[in-house]
Design a protein around this ligand. Structure first.
Ligand SMILES: O=P(O)(O)OC[C@H](O)CO
Length: 416
């Protein structure tokens, strides 16, 4: 029989554990403060060049739908605004970030003009992501139906934490004929200073994006309810895959895992924030170990210092297993894309981190088409030319404070 430990021993043990935890949290806070300060100082010397490569606009077809890939904000926004200005019946727009700058105003005005001429307009934007934007900016034309995704929902106190996500999607659907989805939020900085990827669809596959918008609109109780529209086709070559926290479904993580585990030749991933969970990391390492050419494009310095440091905590195991880590330089790369074996592609709103893969509302396209994958790989090649290849020997020589900081930040991985 095990001895029963109780009384003063338990109290002392509890006190020591609490002290240790507090000390660790203090060290963690100090490390984060130090990194933020270090980053701010580095920021002054960091060169951001507007002349980073713009891979261009790529037109093609997937099954019966026309698909265009955009890789530069100004080109994309021009196409989105043209679609809104040409709308005849209905516009659905969802965005995570909507800045109150010139670009933000252009979208607001185009939507107001559409509503003025009788087009039904539905808008969703995320409350948390736009906390810093004055509320007055979101005073829309009175005929526009608006849903501000709430920062706090009291009803969520009675539902599982995992069902409370942010709306991280960037979606536009016009007249059920034209749809857009990808990494671009709405704002000036994204128009010219960030490298990102978005896709436009014309044709039957737009139904998927319509359903992505309408399904969540109705699920969260936005008004008025939008009627269901049955699909005109069901094409396995292109489909939208939706994370819907309210339904506790997160299939985007699943399509990534399946595609990585199926890879035989190569995996090319571009992601703004790389904080994979154990299974995604293991799948990538296993692919590399079986001879698959695994390449990751990540920002050398993103706009989130903490995300960068958490990401760096994975570099040693990636490099040891032969994964090629390509660090995008002199501009932020915000794309969320991947191709596998020149056959499978995904483009969407989900980063490879927990927030996206197990937390937020997200929409990714999953595309099985060689010509589309070839265009995506052309883009990957152009982006690679703007990257620095990180080597294991260089990584091992980083300042001794770096691995210590990376280790101290490990417990934060599940939160980002
Ligand atoms: O959450 P994302 O991927 O849309 O990125 C947003 C930017 O980080 C804004 O700071």
């Amino acid at each position: 029989m095990l001895p029963v430990i109780s009384g003063p021993f338990v109290a002392v043990a509890r006190k020591s554990a609490a002290r240790l935890l507090l000390a660790f949290l203090g060290v963690q806070a100090a490390v984060i403060g130090g990194l933020v300060l270090f980053d701010a100082l580095k920021h002054r010397r960091r060169t951001r060049r507007p002349d980073f490569p713009h891979p261009g606009v790529f037109d093609g077809n997937v099954a019966d739908s026309a698909v265009t890939i955009y890789t530069y904000g100004e080109d994309l926004y021009a196409a989105m605004l043209a679609a809104i200005r040409g709308a005849r019946t209905r516009v659905f727009l969802g965005t995570f970030i909507w800045k109150s700058d010139a670009t933000g105003r252009r979208f607001r005005e185009a939507l107001a003009d559409a509503a003025e001429r009788g087009v039904e307009v539905f808008v969703v934007y995320d409350g948390f992501a736009n906390l810093v934007v004055p509320r007055a900016f979101y005073r829309f034309h009175p005929n526009i139906h608006v849903y501000r995704f709430p920062v706090l929902r009291p009803s969520r106190l009675f539902t599982p934490l995992r069902s409370t996500g942010l709306d991280h999607r960037k979606l536009l659907v016009v007249d059920d004929e034209t749809g857009f989805v990808g990494g671009y939020n709405i704002g000036d900085v994204y128009a010219t200073e960030w490298r990102d990827t978005h896709v436009r669809i014309n044709g039957p596959a737009v139904w998927d994006l319509r359903q992505a918008f309408v399904g969540v609109w109705n699920t969260v109780g936005a008004v008025p309810e939008i009627s269901y529209d049955p699909p005109r086709a069901w094409d396995p070559h292109i489909r939208a895959v939706n994370n819907i926290p309210a339904h506790l479904v997160y299939p985007i993580r699943g399509i990534y895992l399946d595609a990585i585990n199926r890879a035989r030749h190569h995996i090319y991933i571009t992601t703004a924030y790389f904080i994979p969970d154990k299974q995604i990391l293991r799948a990538l390492l296993a692919a590399s170990a079986r001879g698959v050419d695994v390449r990751l494009i990540l920002p050398e310095d993103s706009n989130h210092v903490l995300a960068d440091w958490l990401s760096r905590g994975f570099y040693t195991s990636l490099l040891r297993e032969g994964v090629t880590v390509l660090l995008y330089r002199h501009a932020m790369i915000h794309a969320k894309t991947a191709t596998v074996d020149g056959l499978w592609s995904t483009v969407g709103t989900a980063n490879i981190d927990r927030l996206s893969l197990t937390g937020n509302y997200e929409t990714n396209l999953e595309i099985h088409d060689e010509a589309f994958a070839a265009d995506m790989e052309r883009i990957f090649g152009i982006d690679s030319a703007n990257c620095r290849v990180l080597t294991l020997s260089e990584w091992k020589e980083r300042h001794v404070a770096a691995p210590v900081s990376e280790t101290i930040l490990v417990p934060l991985r599940p939160f980002l």
